[in-house]
Design a protein around this ligand. Structure first.
Ligand SMILES: Nc1ncnc2c1ncn2[C@@H]1O[C@H](COP(=O)(O)OP(=O)(O)OP(=O)(O)O)[C@@H](O)[C@H]1O
Ligand SMILES: [Mg+2]
Length: 244
């Protein structure tokens, strides 16, 4: 298990047009671990993932991958650097089959690699294999989430960014999704998980950041966080003084 800071946000400011959302946010994601970023609706969690993946460009501060700045890189470049992103919003093509959704995820691969890679990811998702010819719109919520993750894994990323995977899923399926993330980390993948379902996420997370109105206010190991009064306040929506 690696402990290097693979990803670093260094006083990042980012937002939309003239609207600044991330307010000098600093955090680091260590290699081979699951880092949880949590906080209330609108805190800026998804914005942080978008800034990292190159969907939006920070206006100040730096984001580094393996010590090198990646500010200004396109999402395509981030994929080439081994990053995969499962966004919060639905990103599947509902009228296409499971297979075709996977195929589109592998569109950047050499043609002859696509089928073997689809085979490879289906090994992890027996339920998707059973439904491989079904239209994505006919999948259950849990199956759709599996398909989104499977598609992200097609390019064999070393880093997975995943935004609120538990939304709309029953507790049992949430458990399965987090178990899968735990296995991926055990296999060596680095995961930045945005999630408000903290109790479930803490079963697999190693480190926790809490965000409040664009600021990082909690920064601590996962096994300590539930005993921390500031974290409890964050969960309950109370104000938390900024982390030192
Ligand atoms: N494309 C956009 N244009 C303008 N403002 C945006 C855009 N996307 C998000 N925002 C605003 O940025 C702020 C942070 O949004 P963000 O989606 O990062 O929050 P979040 O922490 O992911 O919230 P949630 O838990 O609800 O997903 C919100 O006030 C939101 O309205
Ligand atoms: Mg969000």
């Amino acid at each position: 298990m690696g402990t290097e800071a693979l990803i670093e946000f260094d006083l990042v400011e980012a937002g939309y047009g003239t609207l600044t959302i991330l307010q000098k946010a600093s955090l680091s994601v260590r290699e081979g671990l699951i880092t949880l970023l949590t906080g209330a609706n609108g805190a800026g969690k998804s914005t942080a993932l978008k800034a990292l993946f190159g969907v939006i460009r920070p206006t100040s501060g730096d984001i580094r991958l393996g010590g090198k700045s990646i500010v200004g890189h396109s999402p395509r470049k981030m994929i080439d650097l081994g990053m995969a992103y499962v966004p919060q919003d639905r990103s599947l093509f509902p009228s296409l089959s499971v297979f075709h959704n996977l195929e589109l995820g592998g569109i950047m691969l050499p043609r002859k690699l696509i089928r073997p890679r689809i085979e490879e990811v289906l090994e992890r998702f027996p339920r998707l294999r059973e439904r491989v010819n079904s239209q994505a719109s006919t999948l259950s919520g849990g199956e759709r989430k599996q398909l989104e993750i499977a598609r992200a894994l097609l390019l064999r990323p070393s880093i997975l960014l995943i935004d609120e995977p538990s939304i709309g899923l029953s507790p049992k399926i949430v458990g399965e999704v987090f178990d899968l993330l735990g296995k991926l980390a055990t296999d060596g993948k680095t995961i930045l998980l945005v999630e408000q379902n903290v109790r479930s996420a803490l079963k697999v997370a190693h480190h926790v950041y809490g965000m409040e109105i664009g600021r990082i206010v909690i920064d601590m190991p996962a096994d300590r966080v539930m005993d921390d009064p500031a974290f409890t306040r964050l969960l309950l929506g109370g104000h938390v003084p900024e982390a030192a």
